[in-house]
Write a protein that binds this ligand. Sequence first.
Ligand SMILES: Cc1ncc(COP(=O)(O)O)c(C=O)c1O
Length: 399
Amino acid sequence: MGKYDFNTIIDRSHSDAIKYCELNKWFDADNLLPMWIADMDFCVCPEITEALQRRISHRIYGYASTPDEFFPTIADWLRRRHGFETSPEEMTYIPGIVKGIGFVINRFCKPGDKIVIQPPVYHPFRRLIEGNGCKALDNPLLRLEDTYEMDLDGLEEIIRREHPRMMILCNPHNPIGIQWSRETLARVADICAEEGVIVVSDEIHGDLMLGGMPHIPYLSVSDNARRTGIMLGAPSKTFNVPGLVSSWCVIKDEAMRRNFFEWLECNEFNAPTCFATIGTIAAYNHGEEWLGEALGYIQDNIDYVADELDRISSGRIRVYRPQASFLIWLDCRGLGLSHEQLTDFFVKDAKLALNDGAMFGAEGTGFMRMNVATPRSVIDESLRRIAHALEHCPEKATV
Ligand SMILES: Cc1ncc(COP(=O)(O)O)c(C=O)c1O
């Protein structure tokens, strides 16, 4: 029995949670069980709530300065958790990772510039690139039996041929949950440094390490990485606080750092709200034990879902077990459904709101993404619904 409760179902339906309140906007069915957007259904560690409550009870919310301990606290966390050395001078606040990538694109790219992504990958990357007038260059991951790997030769080839300005690296890689190895990241850095490509490393899932896999911060792998890299991270996924809107950016290269940080400063994009800093400091200083227990609970859910799905689908739905985070990538091609039939199967027959794999790129056709950071009883209900849908759709289930 742990110290924290991950089993109680908390009603989120009246808390403006996108996961619950926007179901009707995104899915064409009622009474869906939401297992899509990537936040957790768990209460945060009590010290975060207590710190925020102390500030709220003051009753004046004027312009807030950034507390002195904000950046040292983040730097301490990165040292403790990942053995990564940085200092407050190398860091800035940013109001979210997607916004941070958008800022980087706006600062360092001009319309028409090319930016490499590696689908299937977190879908806003493509929208950020195209919405800012740039061109996405796809270097798809290579799918193996139980995992995916980066196509490093493909990356080298596409970079030499197309001369992109930037690459967006997803480290760990959502939606599959891959922790890239030091060797892979070092090769990315060598390839990109040689051609002068800036690497934006999105490490929002980095703290959610599973199965003993370490997280390797991009900027830790080599001098080439430190020359090319902009690293973005946050307490948001780690401690289930994305609504506080607190993220950070580390740049080691002085010229690139000055260029970006001064631009953020003159636009005041680097100015956090008081709640962002208070929640972040409390999370990094007091949340480690909570995080350990949450990850244990999530790992158990992953193992349980993988085994149960294998059993109830007779091996036709396969789980790619993540090395990080609480999202699992379901290979549903064994069901023999078209992609439209597959999304209908989950939404209309099983009454589950999952992320459609194709939203992460055409390479996700036949796949779905399921969020398992939820109480075990919700997982049980989702499995019951899938089993029921499989039973009642024998023509779909017997291909
Ligand atoms: C890889 C990745 N980057 C960024 C985000 C979103 O970050 P933010 O809410 O800070 O923009 C997510 C959320 O799921 C994500 O998976």
